[in-house]
Every structure is written in C-alpha cells, then in structure tokens.
Design a protein around this ligand. Structure first.
Ligand code: HAM
Length: 436
C-alpha cells in the first residue's frame, strides 16, 4: 500500500533538495571554464599593477561586519546560527575584512600596501539579473597612500582589466566619477544639515526607484529645493558646477575631481549622482556601468580614509574598488566575448580487451603525471570507448593490446587526421610532451 503522506512529503523534499537556493548559481564545467578565463585575466592585470593576492575567511565576527555600516547592508548580512556566545556573519564585501587584515599587520607592512582578491561574497538581496545572494567580487585595495595617483591607478586597473577581456572603454562601458565631499558639501549647503548620509543613500537608490518615490523621499528628508538637487546630480560636465555656492568641503571635493580628470583625461565621466550606498566613503567615488546603462553596475569603489582608524588601526588613508562577476559575465556574453567551452583531453588510453585493462590503467597513470589523460572506467567495448573518446574531443587514443605490449609498444591514433603510429611504451610520455 502506498503511504500518500510519505509520498507527498518525499516529493517536496525532492524539489527542495534538487534546486539551488534562490540567488545562488551552480557552475558546471562549461561555466567554470568561462569563470576561469575571466578570473585569470583579472588576476594577471592586478598582478601587473603590483597587487598581491589575499584571502580572508568567509565569516567574520558580526561586530566587525556591522561596526561602520548603514542599516541597509546590515540587514543584508547572512548571520550564522549561534552556537555559543559568538555572533558570526558571512562577509558582504572585502573592504571590511581587508581592513582587519591590514590592521593586524599594519606596523610591519611597507606602505603602500596593495592587495587584491577574487572571492565569494554574500548579501541577502532580492535576486534579479546581475544581483545575487552569493556572488563573486574582484576586489582591489590600496592602504597608506593619500595620493590621488592611487585612485587613478585603481580606475586605470579596472579599465585595463575590462579591456583585456575585450570590452571597449566608452563604447561598451563607461567610468562615472564623483566625490563624496562635493556631494556632501553640496547637500549640507542645500539643507543646512550636517548629517546627510540618508540623502546620499537615497540618491544612490535613485535608479532603482520611481521618480515619484525619489521626490517623495527627498521631501521626507525636508528638502524643499528638489529641482535644484536634481539639476545638480544631473550635471555631466565638471565645468558646469557653480563654484560660488559651494562650501569648503564641496570645494575640496571639486579640486580633487579636477585632479583626477587631468590624470585620466577622456577616460572618465563626471556624474555627481554617483553617491555609493556604503557609508565608509570619504572622498573620490566611482562606478562603472555598461555604456547603454542596461545592466547593474559592473564595479564600484572609492576612497575611505577614516575606516582603518575607526576599526582601531593607526590613521591610514585607503582606497579601493570591487568588480562584480555577475554583471561582468552578462555583459561579456551580450558582446560575444566569452570563449567557447572546449573539453581538454590529450590522450584517451583504451584497453582493447579485458585482459589489457590493468596495463591501460598503469599506462594512463604514468601519462597523468604530465598531460591530461584518461582511461575506461565503464568496462566498455573498444568501439564504445572510441565513441566516448571522440565525444570528449580526445586528441589521441592510445590502444593498449597484448600484441603491441609484448613488443614493448602501443598504437597511438591522432583523432583528427586518423593517422596511427606505433610508439615505444618507454617513450610514450616524451612522445606526448613533444605534442604539447
Ligand atoms: P558594491 O558597490 O557594493 O561595493 O559592490 C561592488 C560591485 O560588486 C557592484 O558594482 C556589483 O558589480 C557587485 N555586486 C554587489 N552586490 C552584488 C550582488 N548582490 N550580486 C552580484 N553582484 C553584486 C563594494 O562592495 C565595496 N566594498 C567596493 C570597494 C572596495 N570600495 C572600496 N574598496
């Protein structure tokens, strides 16, 4: 008799256990191949800019993660179930764990310190295209330099990385630059308030909400000069900023923008509406978007000169950015810039009958020390093995049979030309190495 209750429960379990969690992604070999292509290009560019790779644990003390953050990101932290008194959370970016890493060795490290990482992050978000709950970020940070050349170098690195992957600056992607001091100073002047992060946060959200919601939000913060604010954040030319109305802070921001524009002339676009949602930024900020502005941001970053001190380190200027893998891979796919997957198998070692299986295994193990090789794991007939080897794009098949073995030989077939030759067993490894 069928137990219906059990069957129903069981089928629910089946569904749950076979689908991945909302906002996460599985990587089959095809996707892993693409990912490796992207990561190795990013890694190479970071290394050529003299950044060294670091890695931090996926979880940190919750206190550290929440110490300097705004409410939105705190709500997005995945908090781990409490087992003792410790409260832990999954990292949502590398800036915070990176600061901890830096502070721990701050005194010994020659400055500036330039670190990068390519790692997974977690945020409890409403998943959508390019926005996940588990995602990869390519992260670069510079600690100890106040020079604006550091900021320029980071932007230049991000541009070089995207170009290396085939994307064209200003045609496929654009770099939008602003300065928190300019925006903060302008908002302080406009509102008469000192604390304006809430408004900055709302400006950061502008593209994700309707115009009405945006205006309503501004009014809620008591801003009556809505048009003036919208006019300011819509400027796209640095020379259009009305200097006469700026307070000292905003003026400082404007001067720093002038410097970065002279360092990166023609490569960056002025966008005073780039606010950045994270609270730790103090100066220059930037975001990179696809040129059509169809996707979410490809990258974002900026200077955070107070964070290290706020975390208990010695006062240290810092600047950095992170590039998201999801949007980047989406854009590369749209532009047909992803390599097509090719299975790599140099040699398939085929026992011609059952009595050759052991020798085939041994020969294959020897080859595996130097090249990608495999042998039959399915007890298949020779013809089925050949079919399987071609489905894997094997470049060569090594036939292992008693006749040849008794002469110390094996037969090797070039799968593309179909040509076969006898190769001395003792020379098989060097035969394949010469074919690399
Ligand atoms: P962020 O703007 O939060 O900045 O993230 C940087 C990039 O990571 C975004 O532009 C986006 O491409 C990607 N990203 C962020 N959230 C998600 C998500 N839920 N799903 C997929 N991709 C996402 C930071 O994280 C700063 N810590 C960057 C930084 C480093 N600032 C200074 N140093």
């Amino acid at each position: 008799m069928v137990n219906f209750k059990y069957a129903a429960l069981h089928s629910d379990l089946m569904v749950e256990s076979y689908s991945n969690v909302k906002g996460t992604e599985d990587y089959y070999p095809e996707q892993k191949f693409v990912q490796q292509h992207i990561f190795s290009n990013l890694r190479e560019v970071a290394q050529s800019y003299n950044f060294k790779e670091v890695e931090t644990p996926v979880f940190e003390y919750l206190d550290l993660l929440t110490k300097k953050e705004g409410e939105e990101i705190i709500n997005q932290i995945f908090v781990l179930e409490k087992r003792s008194k410790e409260k832990l959370g999954l990292r949502f970016d590398l800036t915070v764990p990176g600061a901890r890493l830096f502070i721990t060795k701050q005194k010994q490290l020659p400055k500036p310190v330039k670190w990068f990482s390519i790692d997974k992050m977690w945020r409890y978000e409403q998943p959508q295209a390019g926005r996940l709950r588990e995602f990869y970020q390519f992260n670069c940070e510079i600690y100890g330099s106040r020079s604006i050349i550091s900021d320029a170098q980071l932007i230049s690195l991000a541009i070089t990385a995207l170009e290396k992957l085939g994307l064209r600056l200003n045609k496929d992607f654009k770099v939008y630059v602003n300065n928190r001091k300019l925006l903060e100073g302008f908002l302080q002047g406009l509102t008469g308030k000192k604390e304006v992060f809430d408004i900055i946060h709302l400006i950061d959200k502008r593209e994700k909400i309707s115009e009405d919601e945006f205006v309503e939000g501004l009014e809620k913060f008591g801003i009556r000069q809505v048009n003036e604010l919208i006019k300011f954040i819509s400027l796209d030319d640095l020379s259009d900023v009305d200097e006469t109305s700026l307070n000292e802070k905003a003026q400082e921001g404007l001067n720093s923008l002038r410097k970065i524009f002279s360092l990166l002339d023609g490569k960056i676009v002025f966008a005073p509406g780039i606010a950045r949602g994270l609270s730790y930024y103090t100066d220059l900020v930037f975001e990179i978007f696809d040129a059509d502005r169809k996707l979410r941001a490809l990258a974002g970053g900026g200077r955070y000169d107070l964070l290290i001190e706020q975390f208990g380190g010695l006062p240290t200027p810092a600047t950095g950015f992170a590039m998201g893998y999801s949007t980047l891979s989406l854009l590369l796919k749209q532009r047909n810039l992803l390599p097509s997957y090719k299975n790599m198998l140099k040699a398939y070692v085929a026992p011609v009958n059952d009595s050759a299986r052991q020798r085939a295994f041994e020969i294959c193990s020897e080859l595996q020390k130097n090249i990608i090789a495999d042998t039959d794991l399915m007890n298949r007939s020779l013809s089925k093995q050949l079919k399987y080897a071609s489905s894997l794009n094997a470049e060569y098949v090594v036939f292992v049979g008693e006749d040849e073995l008794s002469r110390g030989m094996v037969k090797v077939r070039d799968m593309q030309s179909g040509k076969e030759e006898d190769v001395r067993l003792a020379e098989l490894s060097s035969y394949f190495q010469s074919k690399q």
